[in-house]
Design a binder for this molecule. Structure first.
Ligand SMILES: NC(=O)NCCC[C@H](N)C(=O)O
Length: 304
């Protein structure tokens, strides 16, 4: 049995699900795209190819091997994108919460059933259909759960809005001991530079008290300032619009000291090193073309 335990984004990682780029299928059509960055690359003829993405995920897996982390990979569904395992579920404390994900992606959860079978069934939680949330929007910070959402009435029109108010309320009820803060994110169906697809596309804590943040990802300035207050201005690394487009905030912590990052994120990687982090740099620029990066490709099951 797996003894689930996750309370934040950076305690030493022991077990994780890492997505897979195998059998990802042909380049999607314009109609099939469900995020604007994939759309941009489909239109430009630069959508990433499977073999390149497999190499990138292998490099990520090697870092987990180096740090002796137990890695689970999803079973293969033929011709199906299974890279962004983060969104299909998430662990809070010792509970696994199945996400009610975008219908285009709902087969992804079946592929980790063999992992769920190793979890005490009473620790697996499902939510009613109308409750929407994806793991990329759910960020744990010890006593806090920080949730990205879309609060305006045209939610239904945005395929890029993945967590609704019912999703936020569901987590609040499930974890009355946690302080739940929600953040209305900017969304665009056509311009990836103005689309914070999930909270982890514009914010993520690193280490014990630091964070990476893009102010423009927050629709309501007040909510951005609540994070500045929580972390302290000097502890936050502010990224620019183009850096958020490249997904600088979507690195991944193996421990409070070790962060896996993209090798081209020079400004961020320097800041991390200046702040005494060990930066494990890997190539991930092809996968980034699908509006997801390292955090998005992982689903932590056990941290210290
Ligand atoms: N947590 C994340 O930001 N996940 C990335 C998901 C990208 C994928 N193309 C999607 O639109 O669902």
């Amino acid at each position: 049995m797996l003894k689930l335990n996750v309370n934040n984004e950076s305690s030493r990682l022991r077990a994780v699900v890492l997505g897979t780029a195998n059998s990802i299928g042909p380049t999607p059509t314009v109609e099939e795209a469900y995020d604007p960055k994939s759309l941009e690359h489909i239109l430009a003829g630069t959508y990433p190819v499977e073999s390149d993405m497999i190499k990138e995920m292998d490099a990520f897996n090697k870092v987990f091997e180096k740090y002796d982390v137990q890695v689970f990979r999803p079973n293969l569904i033929e011709n199906y994108n299974q890279i962004f395992t983060r969104d299909i579920g998430f662990v809070i404390e010792d509970k696994f919460i199945k996400a009610n994900i975008l219908p285009d992606r709902d087969r992804e959860l079946d592929a980790i059933q063999y992992v769920l079978d190793q979890i005490n069934p009473s620790d697996i939680i499902s939510a009613p259909e109308e409750v929407h949330f994806e793991g990329g929007d759910v960020m744990l910070w010890n006593d806090y759960v920080l949730i990205g959402t879309y609060k305006r009435p045209d939610y239904k029109n945005y395929i890029t809005a993945r967590t609704n108010q019912l999703g936020v309320d569901f987590i609040k009820e499930l974890f009355p001991n946690k302080t739940v803060l929600s953040f209305d994110l900017v969304k665009s169906k056509t311009e990836p530079r103005d689309n914070a697809l999930h909270l982890d596309c514009c914010f993520q804590p690193v280490g014990n008290d630091k964070g990476i943040i893009y102010k423009g990802g927050f629709y309501d300035e007040k909510e951005y300032y609540s994070l500045v207050e929580l972390f302290g201005k000097d502890n936050l690394f502010h990224i620019e619009r183009e850096e958020m487009y490249h997904m600088f905030s979507n690195v991944f912590s193996i421990s409070p000291e070790v962060v896996v990052s993209e090798r081209n994120f020079t400004r961020l990687n320097n800041w991390l090193r200046e702040n005494n982090f060990v930066v494990e740099e890997i190539p991930y620029a092809e996968i980034a073309k699908q509006e997801g990066l390292l955090r998005c490709s992982t689903l932590p099951l056990i941290r210290d």
